[in-house]
Design a protein around this ligand. Structure first.
Ligand code: IMP
Length: 220
């Protein structure tokens, strides 16, 4: 991604191009990122596909549930990393739905999972009888989602499924892999530390419209 045109292509549409990604890339990002893994158009196309699949899956269920004016489908975004994915995905799901958020911490400020999941912000409303679709940026060890899914199942929802943009599947082995399977996955992700499109390192890089691999020198 050395010239303006490839930087702009990775950044995607006109609004994001307005940020002049070529300049931003040359002005510092190039030193931090090793490569762009998924550019903005690739992410966009995949999110649209996921939205279609989700619409098909929940159409019957939403129709079946007789819940008056209470929408049975809830998109549950896990803060903070899921926010761009949730915003884009929600606009591709052609069904009545509501959105809620939870914030959990599992990593602290580093790059390795601590295995300890803490709920920092809980749901605003009850999920009893609702179809809950957890929207997450990335599955790594699966510890965070495993904990969350079990926690939510205890609250009486009609169903709990997972939509993850990225899955570092190769990290998990045997039972761990069987235990943590998302119904919807955008892309399989290599076992590298990635940033952008919501994903951060120490709070930075979430605003990148593409997903790139962070150079190990940045975090080691
Ligand atoms: P898990 O519990 O190991 O599956 O970790 C999931 C959480 O770790 C994600 O929601 C991210 O916040 C974070 N995480 C895992 N891998 C990465 C990465 O490559 N980049 C940024 N955050 C990551």
């Amino acid at each position: 991604m050395s010239d303006e045109s490839s930087a702009d292509r990775s950044a995607g549409n006109a609004e994001t191009r307005a940020a002049n990604w070529a300049e931003i890339w040359e002005g510092g990002l190039r030193a931090d990122l090793r490569e762009v893994l998924f550019d903005a158009p690739t992410i966009h196309d995949r999110v649209v596909e996921m939205g279609r699949a989700i619409t098909t899956h929940y159409t019957d269920r939403a129709n079946m549930a007789n819940m008056g004016d209470k929408s049975p489908l809830l998109l549950l975004g896990i803060l903070k990393g899921s926010y761009p994915f949730l915003a884009d995905l929600a606009r591709t799901v052609n069904l009545p739905l509501t959105v809620d958020f939870m914030a959990v911490s599992s990593y602290g400020a580093g790059t390795k999972s601590s295995g300890v999941v803490r709920i920092l912000k809980d749901l605003d409303r009850s999920i009893e009888g609702r179809h809950v679709l957890i929207v997450e940026d990335i599955i790594d060890t699966g510890l965070t989602l495993h904990y969350l899914r079990e926690n939510l199942r205890g609250r009486g929802p009609a169903s709990v499924e997972i939509a993850a943009l990225l899955d570092k599947k190769s990290v998990r082995k045997g039972k761990e892999l069987e235990d943590m399977n998302a119904r919807y996955v955008g892309f399989e992700c290599p076992n590298e530390f990635v940033v952008g499109y919501g994903l951060d390192y120490k709070g930075r890089y979430r605003n990148l419209p593409f997903i790139g691999v962070l150079r190990p020198e940045v975090y080691s």
